[in-house]
Design a protein around this ligand. Structure first.
Ligand SMILES: *[C@@H]1O[C@H](CO)[C@@H](O)[C@H](O)[C@H]1NC(C)=O
Ligand SMILES: *[C@@H]1O[C@H](CO)[C@@H](O)[C@H](O)[C@H]1NC(C)=O
Ligand SMILES: *[C@@H]1O[C@H](CO)[C@@H](O)[C@H](O)[C@H]1NC(C)=O
Ligand SMILES: *[C@@H]1O[C@H](CO)[C@@H](O)[C@H](O)[C@H]1NC(C)=O
Ligand SMILES: *[C@@H]1O[C@H](CO)[C@@H](O)[C@H](O)[C@H]1NC(C)=O
Ligand SMILES: *[C@@H]1O[C@H](CO)[C@@H](O)[C@H](O)[C@H]1NC(C)=O
Ligand SMILES: *[C@@H]1O[C@H](CO)[C@@H](O)[C@H](O)[C@H]1NC(C)=O
Ligand SMILES: *[C@@H]1O[C@H](CO)[C@@H](O)[C@H](O)[C@H]1NC(C)=O
Ligand SMILES: *[C@@H]1O[C@H](CO)[C@@H](O)[C@H](O)[C@H]1NC(C)=O
Ligand SMILES: *[C@@H]1O[C@H](CO)[C@@H](O)[C@H](O)[C@H]1NC(C)=O
Ligand SMILES: *[C@@H]1O[C@H](CO)[C@@H](O)[C@H](O)[C@H]1NC(C)=O
Length: 796
């Protein structure tokens, strides 16, 4: 009794204190930027762009290295710097993207002769001190081994570089060159550059090739220089020789593979403490537009002003989510907010910079690739930046209206390669279900996704779906299909069947919402076609030993007889040299195994669980796949499998799996990402997992696990309402990661999932945690919805 009374006194005291503290020192009112490390993912194949950019900005300034893995421009892997360029993509696979028109500085040329500087990219790499690298939102800095300090910031279409030359000989005359090249040496014929003799302004353009797609694109630049000493001379260079006598250059690609080096240079009068500002305007429309972008956005070369505007833009974008930092290792906060940050570097807003068609709609580019983005990044952006997602959807629909098809991948104004299904359908359905409006023409959006399902494009390597005749007659994609309507790589019959089925489910959801009932029923039916590739007696042997599981997807021929693919082929364990990507000789599953794809039925897990033998064997399969490392969290198909325990009534296992992968596979070092970030897809996986609500994309479903923080607060940018997730018995060592009970707005809540209204309507979810699994979320009525059970799954 005494203890009880004392406890009560303490409780009320702490409540009082809690009030007093929060009114004077709101612990959620902290600066998020301190937890953002853009260098995460700059080694070990993360391919992250770590430089200066605005949210979704087109100008992306950073140092480029000569790494084999320079997809994002800069790497921290011992490579050297070849230049400083202003267009980049982040986290991509494929070849390095963009990186056009790099600048490169010399404090002086040998013998004060312009030929005493090295012009070709292959001859000029320079090392740098790792410790000199500073990367923060809107800012990047590095000091070269030559002593030149370079830092940079950006506006939407313009970079501002600051070159601070070392204090050398008073007669040193610094030179900056601009190279008509890109990261992947893809320049085509007839790039040009012109230098203005009096101002040193360089304008020009080049035609380049996209890194994972078809066609080519032209980029334009307009570079201006500002130095107090003034310009000494300027000119052009070709290969290793320069001249001040020519001010214009048009250059061919040349016949030797590596495009002939060429560009322009400007030399500055000697000055002690010499600093040169270089403003590089970019455009995909014209040189004039590149110049006007630069003049409008950075009229007076005010580095600090531009930098602080970029910082404010990031602060504003990052404002919706705050967490309790109580007891939390800073490393985890860095992991969380850096992941969030990376979701907002791209897709990139190229509105006003689209040369391909006239439109007043927004234009976004760098969807790299939607096959990845749909799984976590787009649903996350719908929470943190719904206004941008609305514009992205409008842009996708506008793109479809002008080019005929929605993209699955799109970069540098070009069509990108399709990896599986028409996954823009999933993105559009996700936005529809979550109620985005803001000027989206939903009838047009519906027509666009329906076309994916109904009409086969001639070139389905770049858009839409292949094999639709077989899909409609046989109700699966056959291995070695006969397809004379359209053309693409005739592989991936299993993963394409599974993805097409899910794409159709996505379409059915939009149809339901729009009261297109017969369409809804039709696409719900075709969304069950995945079942046609399920071979109930299929076994899987690992190193000659039966795994014991029966029933896997298998390839099926046109004549309806089964083919065979080892369920472990293309898995993380497959080191037999299997070909698993877009090659003609690749397998029937894309970048992953039948073992992993067996779980890709996001819309009807109840039927899948039944077909796999019931929930307890289903859980054993999922455990087996994760524990034996058949799956690898560094590729996106793994994401959903972390959470699919929820469908078997075991939400606690999803929670422990999330902790198994984070932070073990997602660290805060440069090599901390397990694979390509793929835009910010890995970042969004981390962010949503740590928030404790992970999406089933294209469904109005978020799986509940305990957040990695004692509480999470989210303010909807659409409604301004604040939602919170609070925990009771939180421990920062993550022993109490099992939900014992929950309340939503004060009432008991037993479902293991929640819908999007949680985020828009300002709700409060309180999770009481414990050390052991409980019965919370385990009953049939608690499970996330499945198509076949109209809202609840059955468990044995
Ligand atoms: C108040 O805020 C400061 C700065 O954020 C922090 O260092 C301090 O610990 C806080 N004090 C309390 C009592 O929360
Ligand atoms: C810089 O860091 C990279 C990656 O950790 C390492 O490979 C390289 O050797 C380091 N360079 C120096 C000069 O320490
Ligand atoms: C980088 O430059 C340093 C110093 O010139 C050189 O030792 C090193 O081999 C270079 N590394 C690469 C990857 O080019
Ligand atoms: C610099 O001048 C010296 C002495 O005249 C000469 O030997 C050397 O080759 C010159 N170097 C270059 C790069 O011009
Ligand atoms: C490049 O310029 C040359 C010489 O003016 C011209 O013959 C050729 O057609 C041009 N090529 C392209 C692709 O514009
Ligand atoms: C925070 O986490 C890092 C990385 O896991 C670890 O090295 C460090 O010791 C932790 N710090 C504390 C205070 O626990
Ligand atoms: C669909 O029908 C329902 C019921 O009649 C109605 O409430 C809803 O507004 C309709 N939705 C649309 C998009 O027409
Ligand atoms: C299968 O055998 C190979 C070669 O003996 C071995 O390296 C590998 O670890 C084994 N795989 C599993 C999953 O046991
Ligand atoms: C079906 O087609 C496959 C592949 O061409 C062939 O191997 C198989 O024998 C055929 N089966 C029947 C029953 O015709
Ligand atoms: C949300 O707040 C912003 C800024 O205070 C305001 O402009 C906007 O109208 C508000 N929106 C709603 C739906 O209340
Ligand atoms: C949790 O389970 C373990 C083993 O099943 C048991 O020993 C322990 O008492 C349980 N702890 C709680 C807090 O129920």
């Amino acid at each position: 009794m005494v203890n009880m009374a004392r406890a009560l006194t303490l409780l009320s005291l702490s409540l009082l204190l809690g009030c007093a503290v929060s009114s004077t020192n709101n612990s959620l009112n902290y600066d998020v930027l301190q937890y953002i490390d853009p260098l995460i993912g700059t080694a070990n194949g993360g391919d992250v762009f770590p430089g200066a950019t605005l949210p979704h900005g087109m100008a992306k300034a950073v140092a480029d290295t000569n790494s084999e893995s320079s997809q994002g421009g800069f790497t921290l892997d011992g490579s050297n710097i070849t230049g400083f360029s202003s267009l980049h993509d982040s986290g991509t696979g494929g070849l390095p993207s963009l990186g056009n028109f790099p600048l490169f500085p010399y404090a002086k040329c040998v013998n004060d002769s312009i030929d005493g500087c090295k012009y070709p990219k292959k001859e000029r790499p320079v090392s740098f001190d790792n410790a000199s690298v500073i990367a923060t939102p809107g800012y990047f800095a590095v000091t070269l081994a030559t002593g030149i300090k370079v830092d940079m910031t950006t506006t939407q279409h313009t970079s501002l570089f600051r070159f601070q030359f070392p204090n050398g000989d008073p007669s040193d005359s610094p030179l900056i060159l601009l190279d008509l090249t890109d990261l992947s040496d893809s320049r085509q014929d007839n790039a040009t550059v012109d230098v203005d003799v009096s101002t040193g302004r360089m304008t020009g353009s080049g035609r380049f090739v996209p890194s994972f797609g078809s066609g080519n694109y032209v980029a334009y630049f307009c570079a201006d220089f500002k130095s107090s000493a003034g310009i000494r001379d300027n000119g052009i260079f070709v290969n290793s020789r320069a001249t001040a006598d020519a001010k214009s250059l048009k250059i061919s690609r040349s016949i030797n593979g590596y495009p002939l080096p060429g560009g322009a240079w400007v030399r500055f009068k000697p000055e002690t403490d010499s600093t040169v500002l270089a403003r590089v305007g970019l455009s995909f429309i014209s040189e004039d537009q590149a110049c006007s972008n630069a003049e409008k956005e950075i009229p007076d070369f005010d580095f600090d002003g531009i930098h602080s505007a970029a910082v404010s833009a990031w602060k504003e974008k990052l404002s919706p989510i705050r967490v309790s930092r109580e007891g939390i290792n800073k490393t985890l906060l860095t992991n969380f907010y850096s992941g969030i940050y990376r979701t907002m570097t791209q897709p990139q807003d190229y509105t006003g910079e689209n040369p391909l068609w006239e439109s007043s709609e927004p234009y976004f580019d760098s969807f790299y690739c939607i096959w990845d983005l749909f799984r976590s990044q787009m649903p996350f952006l719908t929470l943190i930046d719904p206004e941008t997602v609305t514009k992205i959807i409008r842009s996708l629909v506008d793109t479809q209206q002008h080019l005929g098809w929605l993209p699955d991948c799109r970069m540098s104004l070009c069509k990108g390669y399709t990896q599986g299904g028409s996954n823009a359908d999933n993105v559009i359905a996700d936005a529809y279900i979550k109620g985005l409006t803001g000027g989206i023409d939903w009838e047009a959006a519906y027509a666009a996704v329906q076309k994916d399902a109904e009409e086969e494009p001639y070139d389905w390597s770049n858009e839409g779906r292949g094999g639709l005749q077989s899909w409609k007659s046989l109700n699966y994609i056959p291995v070695q299909d006969l397809d004379y309507i359209g053309f693409g790589t005739m592989t991936r019959s299993i993963s394409r069947t599974l993805e097409y089925a899910y794409n159709d489910f996505a379409i059915s959801q939009i149809a339901r919402g729009m009261n297109k009932t017969s369409d809804a029923e039709k696409y719900e039916k075709t969304s069950t076609y995945w079942q046609n590739l399920f071979k109930a007696d299929q076994t899987s042997f690992m190193n000659g030993t039966d795994t014991g599981f029966r029933g896997f997807f298998q390839p099926k021929y046109l004549n309806k007889t089964w083919g065979f693919q080892d369920p472990l082929m293309c898995s993380n364990l497959d080191n037999s040299g299997s070909i698993c990507s877009l090659q003609n000789s690749a397998g029937e599953t894309f970048e992953s195994s039948i073992w992993e794809y067996q779980f890709f039925v996001p819309h009807d897990m109840a039927t899948l669980i039944t077909m796999l033998g019931g929930s307890s064997t289903f859980v054993k399969r999922l455990d087996y796949m994760h524990d034996k490392q058949i799956t690898y969290i560094g590729n996106e198909p793994a994401f959903l499998t972390v959470y699919q325990y929820h469908y078997a009534g075991r939400p606690s296992k999803s929670a422990s799996r999330a902790h198994y992968y984070i932070p073990e596979y997602f660290g805060t070092t440069p090599g901390g990402l397990p694979g390509n970030d793929d835009s910010g897809t890995m970042g969004a996986f981390v962010a949503m997992s740590m928030m404790g609500l992970f999406p089933n994309p294209a469904q109005n479903v978020y799986f509940i696990i305990p957040p990695f923080f004692e509480s999470v607060q989210y303010t909807s940018p659409l409604t301004n309402k604040t939602s919170t997730i609070k925990t009771v018995n939180f421990d920062a060592e993550y022993k109490n990661i099992y939900i014992q009970s929950a309340t939503l707005n004060g009432k008991p809540y037993t479902k293991s999932w929640i819908d999007h209204s949680f985020f828009t309507d300002g709700m409060e979810l309180v999770l009481t945690l414990g050390r052991n699994e409980s019965s919370w979320g385990t009953h049939a009525a608690n499970l996330p919805p499945s198509l076949s059970t109209q809202g609840s799954s059955s468990i044995e």
